[in-house]
Ligand binder design. Structure first.
Ligand code: 13P
Length: 271
């Protein structure tokens, strides 16, 4: 399988989605531990983000800024309005003020457990872009869709609903995470070949929507049961530009192993 060749190599992005784990004290310990273990060469060619719960963000922001820890601050979700009577919600503007760089949009848990529709995914994505943050748009098929051979139509529909009408420059700077729902939290990761096929499909679809240059620049992550053992194989694929890591990102040492496994390999440079 050959990837679309990029004009410039895409810089890998490894993101830790903590979901509803780690309170702000645990967050402090985890990110400090990560900072103490990280060496400059670990992040010379790889971007790293952590996505703690909302209540931890200010603590993590203060720590990474105060101690110059080379980790970008990320959020897991946000509302699609900048302010208003939306009890319990957090706005993109509030996140931007905290120095948040990346916001996960449309995670399958938000779609399945909290009724996030394709329309809401699209408006949230635009609201995040409107605050000059980078969305990490999640797409992926269920086990049933996969068994029925519906993976590509499902990805296609999710991408069209979220991305149609965005201009090419905005799309080029975005991140899409291919997260097959059957692989999330199951210990059953997609194979590297299947991840590559899906990530290439995402890139080609981005090309259809916004042109070849945007397709070559957009970063496509794989997520679903990533761990220190399978990270290097996944990252050796030419169209897998990063990893969105759940459970294995909660421990600093394990997460750092995944970051190290994501440094561009000889195979990737050839690809
Ligand atoms: P796991 O790595 O725990 O399977 O979670 C993946 C995920 O949903 C990341 O967003």
């Amino acid at each position: 399988m050959t990837g679309l060749s990029p004009a410039a190599p895409r810089r890998p992005l490894v993101s830790g989605n903590w979901k509803m784990h780690h309170d702000h004290i645990e967050a402090l310990h985890t990110v400090r531990d990560l900072g103490l273990r990280m060496k400059p060469e670990d992040v010379a060619q790889v971007d790293v983000s952590v996505h703690p719960p909302f209540t931890d963000l200010r603590t993590v922001q203060t720590l990474v800024e105060g101690e110059s820890i080379p980790v970008a601050l990320g959020a897991q979700h946000c509302n699609d309005h900048d302010r208003g009577a939306f009890t319990g919600e957090v706005s993109p503007q509030m996140l931007a003020r905290l120095g948040v760089r990346y916001v996960i949009v449309g995670h399958s848990e938000r779609r399945q457990l909290f009724g996030m529709t394709d329309e809401l995914v699209a408006s949230t994505l635009r609201a995040v872009l409107g605050q000059q943050m980078t969305p990490i748009l999640c797409v992926g098929e269920t086990e049933e869709e996969r068994a029925a051979g519906q993976t590509e139509p499902r990805l296609s529909a999710q991408l069209e609903a979220a991305l149609r009408g965005l201009d090419a420059t905005r799309l080029a700077g975005m991140v899409v995470a291919y997260e097959p729902i059957w692989a999330i939290g199951t210990g059953n990761s997609a194979t590297a070949v299947d991840a590559e096929d899906a990530c290439l499909f995402v890139r080609e679809k981005a090309g259809e929507l916004a042109g070849a240059d945007a397709a070559a620049s957009i970063r496509v992550q794989y997520g679903g049961s990533v761990n220190p053992e399978n990270a290097a194989d996944l990252m050796a694929e030419p169209d897998v530009d990063g990893l969105l890591v759940g459970g294995a990102s909660l421990d600093a040492a394990g997460f750092l192993e995944i970051v190290r496994a994501s440094r561009p390999t000889a195979a990737r440079r050839r690809g």
